[in-house]
Design a protein around this ligand. Structure first.
Ligand SMILES: Nc1c(NC[C@H](O)[C@H](O)[C@H](O)CO)[nH]c(=O)[nH]c1=O
Ligand SMILES: CC(=O)[C@@H](O)COP(=O)(O)O
Length: 174
């Protein structure tokens, strides 16, 4: 299910000079790779130059946080997108992999102070995963890669506003 089904209809945000990292899980790499491609296309439309995307492949979703944190620590990277797919199996393994990825990514984001985006699908079937991972041109419905790229740009603009926007509200009282 999309976080915000209307986000795709909004005006595209611009942030020229974006420098972005991506960590992509090799598990189901046809789908994680599709999310990466869609995210990259979207970032170019938001102002990212050619060669400004640094991609690193991870063995599985469980390893995403460590690699994302290392990338986020680079001075020449503003935000890191994580892409993974955890499919429900016969045991609770998927739960623990998803939990490790989720908590680790959140922790890495708070530790580094940079947006680390959660493009990890947690699906019960491959059909659910295809619907979410693929762009409409490839038979998907949700294009999560694009959504993650948009969240990266929106987060950076929000952080810019925190740092630079003057407080224009007149001071009242003391
Ligand atoms: N079952 C899935 C995994 N499992 C592998 C782990 O992510 C990890 O690489 C391994 O446990 C070694 O530490 N990974 C996924 O990305 N998706 C799965 O469905
Ligand atoms: C489906 C998987 O790759 C993973 O979630 C583990 O499956 P299982 O629980 O059947 O070992």
């Amino acid at each position: 299910m999309a976080l915000d089904p209307k986000s795709g209809d909004r005006e595209r945000l611009q942030r020229p000079g974006l420098r972005v990292g991506a960590v992509v899980s090799r598990f189901h790499e046809d789908l994680t790779g599709a999310m990466l491609r869609s995210a990259e296309a979207e970032l170019h439309l938001s102002g990212m130059e050619e060669d400004a995307l640094h991609v690193v492949w991870a063995p599985g979703a469980f390893e995403l946080p460590l690699i994302a944190r290392r990338l986020a620590r680079r001075k020449d990277i503003d935000a890191v997108m994580c892409f993974g797919l955890v499919l429900t199996g016969e045991t609770t393994h998927d739960h623990w992999v998803s939990m490790g990825a989720t908590q680790g990514i959140q922790l890495a984001m708070m530790e580094t102070g940079k947006p680390i985006l959660f493009g990890v699908l947690t699906c019960q079937t491959l059909d659910q995963a295809k619907a979410r991972a693929l762009p409409t041109s490839e038979g998907g419905t949700e294009d999560k890669g694009r959504e993650v790229a948009r969240a990266a740009v929106a987060s950076l603009i929000a952080l810019d506003e925190c740092d630079h926007q003057p407080n224009t509200k007149p001071r009242m009282g003391f």
